[in-house]
Structure formats: structure tokens, C-alpha cells
Design a protein around this ligand. Structure first.
Ligand SMILES: Cc1ncc(COP(=O)(O)O)c(C=O)c1O
Length: 471
């Protein structure tokens, strides 16, 4: 079974994007590139008409198993009716007024749940971006220092500050380079980046040496650095999972110099990795925690920064939290989501599903020449797609797998990279998970046999940020 995408209704909507979105619609550019490359098939794309539970339905009536999950934001399935009801009730009661009791209720509920329960204070924000930026300012003010360290491949958001801190690629901050004054970048040990002849253990040593010795010796004295910001799994950067020895080394260096350890759990938090917090896999007590995505229940935006008494007990100079931070509806969504987590043991469900998926996906590198490796931490799951002729990561082959999966009815995260990432809801039915993985296997097999859809990475899949429906 393979859908012909885009269907006529989706195509008509996609056309409209050309006139109204920044630089026009990306879809038409991909079509033009396909024609130029002499391809008979159009790149698939669609527009969704309905999201329900573990599925999405497009405007042409096709059904998809949802591995994209509102960009990993719907822990208990799409359009969760209980969360919607709670949000609706809060909206009816409070509309949007700033001072309301749900802020207090959520704070009291959430703080004891933070890793090791040692965070005593928090601030509400609207998005993960805003929360990551707030966390950095809090750290700078707590330490009275002007520099922050972040890592290659990391992603912390799309605001001005977070773009500068993120490490996607030099392209993502084109013409903003000079604004990076306070950001120090450190290498992140993924085996695929290791310089020639270095094995991963040697590369971990090198990365830690860079952090502990090179930066303070040659860039900025240690006492002027406020801390590091790091993800327990570099999700958006390509699902790179840090070795435990590296994470513990980073923490040791932070303690040595008095740097704050800011843990960005926007994507990994609240069960995504099979534990409540990703950082629990590394036995590390973070000083500051950044929370987003899952806590919204997938319905109403809210994000949070939590921290120790030392950091936020008296943090006079930092300020954050814009107009819509901590709305009644956002707090109600979070409270209901946490209630469902407790009642339905959502994190345990995620851990079980992760085991089922890991068992199945572990076979992929043996089964398929184009799967270089599988990188899973709980339900933070991915397959690293390579060109079988070179063994090198290939955007062209990777995006072809994403495209073929879509044609077969599995929607994966694969916006600009060789890796296909799978972030299903944490409560997906086991049979749906297996059905979806089966569809992805068919897609991989098809691409392996037929070759990639494009000709080379730059022509067919231009290197600009597309998102899925891409503007
Ligand atoms: C680790 C991390 N931090 C921050 C963000 C930004 O969150 P938002 O898109 O809600 O602003 C993201 C988004 O994907 C993320 O993955």
C-alpha cells in the first residue's frame, strides 16, 4: 500500500503557501528540483485534517501512524480529550487573567517531581525557547558572569538568544555570528564526528579536555563562565546520545569550577526517555532544569524553568516570562497531564514501549545496508541513514526514507537531516507501534532497493529549515 501524495486537496492548499509564506512554499521548490533532476515521482507531502490519539488523517482521507507527535509534545496522544476538557474549563472560568490560583497549584505539584527533588523554585514561560533563554539569564545573574558554554549539534530554540547558543550548524546563525559574544562552543562526542582514528573513548577524553583545559586556558577564565547548557539527548540536532562518562565528566568539571549545570529537558523531559527526566540516566543533579513540550499535554503552551534555592532563591537581576507565561489554560493543561501521568503510570508505559521498539529496531543495521546505526534512549528513537556506497550519513537517502514512510502511512520526524527520528506518544498502543515500525521497515527496504529519490543532497533537499509542510 502506498498513498499518492500530495493528494488533490493537499496539493491545492500547498499551492496557496507560495503566495503567503516567507520565501514562498518550500514544497514547490522541492517539486521543481525533482523535475530538474529528471524524477518521475513528485516528493510526497500532505496537510492534516484531523489528529486523534496515535493517528493523523490528511485532507485527502489518508491515515498515518504518528511518530512526529506534535514535535514530541503530545505524551498522551493527539487531542487528548481529558486535557482539552480541563483547558476548556480553565478558559471558561478565567479567560486570560494573570493572577490565578492554578499557578500556585502547578508549582507545588511540579517542584517535588524535579530530579532528586532538590529544586525549590520556578518561573513560568511560554515556550521551550523562552524557558531556555530565561535559564541562561538566571545562570549569568546567579554567578555574576557573562559566558555560557553550549555544545556542537545542540538545539535550544529559535529565539535570538537560543539561536546563538544552539549548535545546529554555522548556517543557522548566518549574519548573526557577531552576536555570539557570550557563547562558548564545546565539542560533543558523537562517534560519527570523531576525528580520523579516534575511537569514541578517546573522543570523549578529547571533548572533556576541551571543556576543562582548553576553554579556561585559551578562551575565557573559568570564573567568568556561569555554566553549561546541555540536553541529556541531543534530539533536534539528530538524536545524538551522550555517553554517560561524558555527561558525568561535564558535571565534575562544573563542580570543579563552580559552573551551573543547566539541563534542557524540553524534549527529553517527562518520560520521553523512559524515565521521568532524561538526566536520571546519568545520575546527575542539575542546578537548573528547562521544561516544555510534554508538560503542555499537547494542547496549550506552557514551559517552566526550575532551579535550586541557591540559584533562584534571590536572583534579583534576571527577569523572564512574557505576557502569556503561565496562563490559566496552560497551567490547567499541565496539571491534568501530570494527573494522567500518575494515574496511568505513563512513564512506565513509555519504558515498556521503548523496550518493544528497541528489540525490533536493533535488527535494522543487520537487515538494511542503509541503516548505519539505531540510536534509542527510551522513546527518543532514531535510525541513522547512510549512503550504502560510502557508509557516510546522507540527507538524500535519509529524507527518501522519511518520504517513503509517509507514502506508506507513517509520519516520522525528518526535516533536514539523514536521521529519521521517531517520537510517538508515550501511551501508543503496542500494536500501533509495531504497525508503524513495520511501515518504516517497508520504506527502508524500498529505498534500499530503488535508490534515493533525489540526486544529491543540495539539489533535491535544499539545506534550509523546512519543517514538514515546510515554510
Ligand atoms: C531541547 C530543546 N530545547 C528547546 C526547544 C525549543 O522549544 P520550543 O519549540 O517550544 O520553543 C526545543 C524544541 O524542539 C528543544 O528540543
Amino acid at each position: 500500500m502506498s498513498y499518492s501524495l500530495p493528494g488533490p486537496k493537499a496539493e491545492a492548499i500547498l499551492q496557496r503557501g507560495n503566495a503567503v509564506f516567507r520565501s514562498g512554499g518550500n514544497y514547490q521548490k522541492r517539486v521543481a528540483a525533482a523535475v530538474q533532476a529528471g524524477k518521475s515521482q513528485r516528493p510526497p507531502q500532505t496537510i492534516f485534517a484531523k489528529a486523534e490519539g496515535d493517528f493523523l488523517y490528511d485532507v485527502d482521507g489518508n491515515r498515518y501512524v504518528d511518530f512526529q507527535n506534535g514535535w514530541a509534545s503530545n505524551p498522551c496522544g493527539n487531542a487528548n480529550p481529558e486535557v482539552i476538557e480541563a483547558v476548556y474549563a480553565a478558559m471558561k472560568q478565567y479567560g486570560f487573567c494573570y493572577e490565578h490560583p492554578l499557578r500556585y497549584e502547578l508549582a507545588e505539584k511540579l517542584l517535588p517531581m524535579t530530579p532528586y527533588g532538590h529544586h525549590t523554585r520556578l518561573n513560568y514561560e511560554v515556550s521551550g525557547t523562552e524557558a531556555a533563554e530565561a535559564a541562561i539569564h538566571m545562570a549569568l545573574c546567579a554567578r555574576k558572569a557573562r559566558f555560557i558554554i553550549s555544545f556542537d549539534k545542540c538545539f535550544h530554540g529559535m529565539g535570538m538568544g537560543t539561536k546563538l547558543v544552539s549548535g545546529y550548524s554555522s548556517e543557522s546563525t548566518r549574519y548573526m555570528e557577531a552576536w555570539k559574544g557570550g557563547v562558548l562552543k564545546a565539542p560533543f562526542p558523537s562517534a560519527y564526528d570523531a576525528p580520523a582514528d579516534m575511537d569514541i573513548e578517546q573522543y570523549v577524553d578529547y571533548c572533556l579536555w576541551h571543556l576543562e583545559t582548553r576553554i579556561p586556558s585559551y578562551d575565557v577564565p573559568a570564573d567568568l563562565i556561569a555554566g553549561v547548557i546541555i540536553e541529556p539527548g541531543l534530539a533536534e540536532g539528530g538524536n545524538w546520545l551522550p555517553p554517560k562518562r561524558f555527561m558525568q565528566g561535564v558535571k565534575r568539571i562544573c563542580e570543579k569550577f563552580g559552573w551551573l549545570f543547566i539541563c534542557d529537558e524540553v524534549l527529553t523531559g517527562l518520560g520521553r526517555t523512559g524515565k521521568t527526566w532524561g538526566i536520571e540516566h546519568f545520575d546527575i543533579k542539575p542546578d537548573i532544569l528547562v521544561i516544555g513540550k510534554n508538560i503542555t499535554g499537547g494542547i496549550e503552551p506552557i514551559a517552566v524553568v526550575t532551579a535550586t534555592e541557591e540559584v533562584l532563591g534571590d536572583n534579583t537581576y534576571s527577569s523572564s516570562g512574557s505576557t502569556y507565561a503561565g496562563t490559566p489554560a496552560g497551567c490547567a493543561a499541565a496539571l491534568k497531564t501530570l494527573e494522567i501521568y500518575e494515574r496511568d503510570q505513563v512513564v512506565a508505559q513509555a519504558a515498556h514501549l521503548a523496550e518493544v521498539a528497541a528489540k525490533r529496531m536493533a535488527l535494522w543495521p543487520e537487515m538494511f545496508a542503509i541503516v548505519g546505526e539505531v540510536r534509542n534512549l527510551g522513546m527518543l528513537m532514531s535510525a541513522h541513514i547512510v549512503d550504502p556506497n560510502t557508509g557516510e550519513a546522507s540527507v538524500n537517502w535519509g529524507m527518501s526514507v522519511g518520504d517513503e514512510a509517509l507514502r506508506r502511512g507513517a509520519f516520522v520526524v525528518n526535516d533536514h537531516e539523514n536521521t529519521i527520528r521517531l517520537y510517538p506518544s508515550l501511551t501508543m498502543r503496542e500494536e500501533t507501534l509495531l504497525e508503524g515500525l513495520g511501515l518504516i521497515e517497508e520504506a527502508i527496504r524500498h529505498v534500499e532497493q530503488q535508490g534515493p529519490l533525489g540526486q544529491d543532497d543540495d539539489v533535491y533537499y535544499p539545506h534550509y529549515y523546512t519543517g514538514f509542510t515546510g515554510y
